[in-house]
Design a protein around this ligand. Structure first.
Ligand SMILES: [Ca+2]
Length: 405
């Protein structure tokens, strides 16, 4: 659910300093230190009611830290993409198509959850997409870690995450002790986010729901359980049934200076804020906060209470906006109507998809049509650019798209 700031690999070596096992290879010394840490941590776990048998099952066969976890923890990039690129990667023809397929496949479950929790089913689908690509991430073994091992690794070897990891490890052990999941199946991200909707263990303990009625709260294998758990989190944090998350707005002259202010929709309308589709804001006393996600030259948004409820999942404005926009697309309301201030000549997400599928039809490109321009797309673009007598820089552009049309 949460992402964490960059840290240094140096934390990995600190536990070694106290060891005088000279002559042993560095990995072997680390393994010994890690195993010692696990043995000692049982005292702490026992104080939280974890039985010896649960503890032994959790760590059965674990003889070394998960080095992949430390690597991922150390190299989390401080990734700052511009808002439209972030949204392109989350709200695009692919995520909309799969979302509609899932809406059909899980239609009765989603309707039941909407009735029971009073939470918009399209928001639940959008969160599922954002968190695990509708569960696809769970099929990738390189993305899955054994949660007790991963959290013990962070608690032992990453001083910046030690406190977080100890708390989450105790919670993970409580989950095991509850019998909801078998020890081998307690998998998650390197930082312990688990299942279809990526709950960290403490959030699981607060919100997990058995929606399919098999007696287990299984967010790893049961889509109904996972989506119900998200719905429960949103409901318990004040989701307003029947309300949307916010409205795109056209900024009046000088409107940007009001960024961050909260007023009723009627007051915003009086100040000259309008909807791009020309419809009126709904009447009533709903209060909304003005957010400019890309400065005064991009679309403005008036965010209602539910936007801030989604932020309980992940505190980034960009995350909550992506959830809201994807939910709107899945509900058939369309996306952002005003343009983002993209640099001249660059493509929007629909154009990126069009360019890739045209390259594919013409036989230049064999990869996925997903709007993502990796090395395959870039190589194909360079070849086409050369043929067309353009500078072969591998970058998708309006000029290239027009040439292929
Ligand atoms: Ca269940």
């Amino acid at each position: 659910m949460k992402t964490f700031r960059t840290n240094l690999l140096r934390g990995f070596f600190i536990p070694l300093l106290g060891l005088a096992a000279a002559g042993m290879p560095i990995d072997a010394r680390a393994d010994t230190a890690f195993k010692t840490w696990i043995v000692k941590f049982y005292e702490t776990a026992a104080k939280s009611g974890i039985s010896r048998s649960t503890y032994e099952k959790a760590f059965a066969g674990i003889t070394e830290p998960d080095r992949d976890v430390l690597e991922k923890a150390a190299y989390q990039p401080e990734f700052k993409s511009v808002i439209w690129e972030y949204l392109d990667s989350r709200v695009n023809p692919y995520t909309v198509r799969i979302g509609r397929e899932m809406a059909a496949k899980y239609g009765s479950t989603l309707n039941a959850l909407e009735r029971h929790f009073g939470v918009d089913k399209h928001i639940l689908l959008a969160i599922w997409s954002m968190e695990s690509n509708y569960g696809a991430v769970l099929e990738k073994p390189d993305r899955l870690h054994h949660v007790p091992q991963a959290l013990a690794t962070l608690a032992w070897g990453d001083p910046n995450r030690s406190k977080f990891a100890r708390t989450q490890l105790i919670a993970a052990l409580k989950i095991l002790q509850s019998g909801d999941v078998a020890p081998k199946q307690l998998t998650g991200s390197w930082a312990g986010a688990m299942g279809h909707t990526q709950f960290i263990p403490t959030s699981y303990l607060l919100y997990a729901v058995d929606a399919d009625g098999n007696g287990k709260r299984d967010i790893w294998h049961s889509v109904p359980d996972a989506l119900a758990t998200s719905a429960n989190l949103l409901a318990k944090n004040g989701w307003q049934n029947g309300k949307t998350w916010g409205y795109e707005a056209v900024l009046p002259a000088n409107g940007a200076r009001l960024e961050g202010q909260t007023k009723t929709l009627a007051e915003w309308a009086k100040l000259g804020f309008a909807r791009p589709n020309g419809k009126n804001f709904p009447r009533g006393t709903d209060r909304a906060t003005l957010k400019l996600m890309a400065g005064a030259n991009g679309p403005a948004f008036l965010m209602l209470k539910n936007f801030f409820v989604v932020k309980r999942y992940n505190a980034a404005d960009s995350y909550a906006l992506a959830v809201g926009l994807l939910a709107d697309e899945l509900a058939g309301h369309g996306g952002v109507q005003q343009s983002w201030p993209r640099p001249n000549g660059t493509l929007d997400i629909k154009q990126k998809f069009e360019l890739q599928s045209r390259m594919k039809e013409l036989g230049y490109y064999e990869g996925e049509v997903d709007g993502n321009f990796g090395s395959g797309s870039k190589a194909a673009i360079s070849v086409i650019q050369k043929r067309l007598g353009m500078q072969p820089n591998g970058e998708p552009s309006r000029q290239l798209l027009e040439a292929l049309r």
